[in-house]
Design a protein around this ligand. Structure first.
Ligand SMILES: Cc1cc2nc3c(=O)[nH]c(=O)nc-3n(C[C@H](O)[C@H](O)[C@H](O)COP(=O)(O)OP(=O)(O)OC[C@H]3O[C@@H](n4cnc5c(N)ncnc54)[C@H](O)[C@@H]3O)c2cc1C
Length: 438
């Protein structure tokens, strides 16, 4: 292709993960260009993220990866490493902690506790009384299995009560995920990265099995030996553009999600004193939201159908799904009133078969993918940036990552992560929760 621009690396997508990868590639000395079809960083699925930072995952690798990145959110300005002031403010981490209910459905958290113990991650066992002391008025009667609102048994408690939970103090949420991406963009620019917005990648040519760059919708051709697909819910389309799907055992698909924002019950200062709660018994997670709202997301109970969509054509209006989630939460929080007009977000996850991400090379030399974030990788973006930059170094120096998978040394904790667990060619991981919980 005729050369218009050159770079050492092109990152497709300027969401939280794309900007983090662009930052680390730039810090490693690669002349990096990050391209996004949106007008600003963080305008893709990142903008709708609940941005919950938590450390519990169903696999040991997932737990270690999340705990490593937790340290970056806790010291956000240290992570960004911005020496000079920028004209944008920094995103804030609200360290509320996260309470996870122990239920039959999540195996009473036995595997989660095993994982956090192995990594010396702090946690506390909470009794029923401790839970209601911390969450006044929280009704602990059992409702499992979660039901649809048209089910006549909806809202009818079953037998018994949730008897306890596990509280993780190293958890919370980021107030503004879009702003966090723009913070990382500023850090990447300070490290020498360039960003091109309002431009869509429409072709990813290769020659002799190696990627040669990208073609943009305005006709601009950019030549580069490394191209990274961080296109979020569009990842499968971008992999198709590169012709990189033939050897993928794990694939990605866009899944529509609704998140409800409901005013907290009268007299409850949930914004000031609430916390992140993962409640498998009702199939809902929640966290405080600005304006003393409660954000209610879905933990994908089996009764809820999956709405797989084309990421370029999906309905951004609420269906009854957001209402269902809010009503499920109302089973716990007496006095939670549903507004006439639902507030919240409708957006997309980029989901793999086992709901674990792909951070990998591809069948095309020089073409990499950081995708399949399955609704649970916002928190891991700082680590994903480092992992991808090191993995790219490993492969570009001639190592055969598919045969001899790259072992990634985490930054903040003593753990070598076998990145075969994040391969596009892995078998489906049976240890996964097969849900947004990862
Ligand atoms: C409703 C919701 C709630 C979530 N809650 C949480 C949570 O609480 N905690 C958590 O850890 N994770 C959560 N997630 C997941 C997390 O937000 C995502 O994993 C993360 O934001 C993905 O970031 P990204 O950079 O990979 O993708 P995105 O932010 O989607 O960015 C991809 C970018 O690629 C661009 N793009 C696509 N195609 C092209 C192209 N051809 N050319 C140029 N640009 C292109 C898009 O414009 C977009 O900006 C949630 C996700 C959603 C949708």
């Amino acid at each position: 292709m005729s050369k218009n621009l050159t770079a050492d690396a092109i990152v497709i997508g300027a969401g939280i993960i794309g900007t983090a990868i662009a930052l680390e590639l730039s810090k490693a000395g690669r002349m990096t260009l990050c391209v996004d079809r949106a007008p600003k960083a963080g305008y893709g699925s990142t903008s709708s993220s609940c941005a919950i930072i938590r450390v519990h995952y169903s696999t040991l690798e997932g737990t270690a990866f999340a705990f490593d990145a937790y340290h970056d959110w806790e010291d956000w300005s240290g992570y960004l490493g911005l020496k000079r002031p920028t004209d944008i403010e920094a995103a804030r981490f609200h360290k509320t902690g996260c309470l996870v209910m122990k239920t039959e459905g999540n195996g009473y958290l036995n595997n989660v506790i095993e994982n956090v113990r192995a990594l010396s991650i702090p946690f506390e066992e909470w009794s029923k009384d401790k839970i209601t002391e911390r969450l006044p008025g929280y009704d602990l009667r059992c409702y499992a299995p979660a039901k649809r609102i048209e089910d006549p048994a909806f809202g009818e408690p079953g037998v018994g009560q949730v008897t306890g939970g596990v509280f993780f103090p190293t958890a919370g949420y980021i107030n503004d995920p879009q702003l966090a991406s723009q913070n990382v963009q500023a850090a990447a620019e300070a490290a020498g990265c360039s960003f091109l917005f309002n431009r869509e990648v429409v072709q990813i040519p290769s020659t002799g099995g190696r990627v040669t760059g990208v073609l943009l919708d305005d006709g601009l051709e950019i030549e580069a030996p490394v191209v990274v697909n961080v296109a979020g819910p569009h990842s499968s389309k971008v992999n198709e553009l590169a012709g990189a799907v033939s050897d993928m055992r794990i694939t990605t698909r866009a899944l529509r999600q609704e998140v409800a924002h409901v005013p907290a019950p009268e007299g409850l200062d949930f914004e000031g004193s609430g916390l992140v709660v993962s409640d498998n018994d009702i199939g809902v997670y929640c966290r405080p939201e600005t304006g003393n709202y409660v954000l209610a997301g879905s933990e994908d109970p089996p009764c809820d159908p999956h709405d797989w969509v084309d990421p370029d054509e999906f309905n951004r209006d609420f269906s009854d799904q957001a209402t269902t989630q809010a009503l499920r939460l109302a089973q716990r929080m007496g006095g939670l009133k549903l507004p006439n007009r639902m507030r919240g977000v409708v957006d997309l996850y980029d989901v793999t078969e086992d709901w674990l991400p792909i951070y990998d090379r591809s069948a095309i030399d020089g073409f990499y993918m950081a995708c399949g974030s399955s609704g649970n990788q916002f928190k891991n973006a700082p680590g994903a940036g480092r992992l991808m930059a090191d993995l790219i170094d490993y492969c570009e120096s001639g190592r055969d990552h598919d045969r001899e998978p790259f072992q990634f040394k985490l930054t903040h904790i003593d753990f070598d992560l076998d990145t075969a667990s994040m391969s596009r060619r892995r078998e489906i991981n049976p240890d996964s929760s097969f849900s947004v919980l990862g």
